[in-house]
Design a binder for this molecule. Sequence first.
Ligand code: CP
Ligand code: NVA
Length: 306
Amino acid sequence: MKHLLCLSQWTSKEINETLKLAEELKYENKNDIRHNHLLKGKSLGLIFSKSSTRTRVSFEVGMYQLGGYSLFLSANDIQLGRGETVSDTARTLSRYLDGIMIRTYKQSDVEQLAACGNIPIINGLTDSQHPCQILADLQTIKEYKGKFKGLKLAYVGDGNNVANSLMIGCAKVGMNISVATPKGYECDEESIKLAKDAASHTGAIVINGYDPIEAVKDADVVYTDTWVSMGMESEKEQRLRVFMPYQVNKELMQKAKNDAIFMHCLPAYRGYEVDADVIDGPQSVVFEEAENRLHAQKAVLVKLMG
Ligand code: CP
Ligand code: NVA
């Protein structure tokens, strides 16, 4: 385990071990045990080319709690934003830092950063993947359901970065996933292939379809995300029209199991991908999920930089 670029590059064992550590760190954090020796004296750069609330704050606080230091590097303020190459940025920052988290557009930029530098790189979201989010999601599911095998997660909405990584993550831990998107907004083929490859080892079932009712049938977890991801703002009007039948509302939740939980990576747009009744209702676990970003990422930091 050198980097966290895409969950497909981690084994099921590595993912499960990280989740176990996240659970321990969470438990200890609640008892005010902070382990600030684990990354004592280590520095993590946080490069952001897109906005963030959860990712930025959870990484900054996580590093602090582990005894390390983090630097917020807005892509607009560093030379990367003025055309310095990813490769030169990687080679320079490797001389100062012990790790980099990057949120950007192209997955290939994150891969290049990893290839050209010699410190761990963590993908904090690209157009195609959001692995840190999914580790926190898996931690949340384990807390509420106690297991992965035999469970069904339904993802309803846009086949975006979160959906791609969720498919791979579920497949890696042996949880079944059924994705329903409108035609033309499917998950990317590469991620479907990676998820199916992982599923062939764990026995998980990965289904990609178009019918939200079929997807949520007997689901233990119902998950959705924004219809307009960062960078897609120009398509907003059309997307809102196309996606309306995919809204997660009370009626759709009733087709899932009675004890199904509702998840969303946040930020959420009430009245669009999810109705307020659902996200603010008793089945929603979205703030526990948001909290788990802190614990899951601390586990990632310890595994990669400790
Ligand atoms: N879920 C998530 O990554 O949130 P932010 O965009 O606020 O970091
Ligand atoms: N799919 C969303 C996730 C935000 C955390 C986006 O990329 O904007």
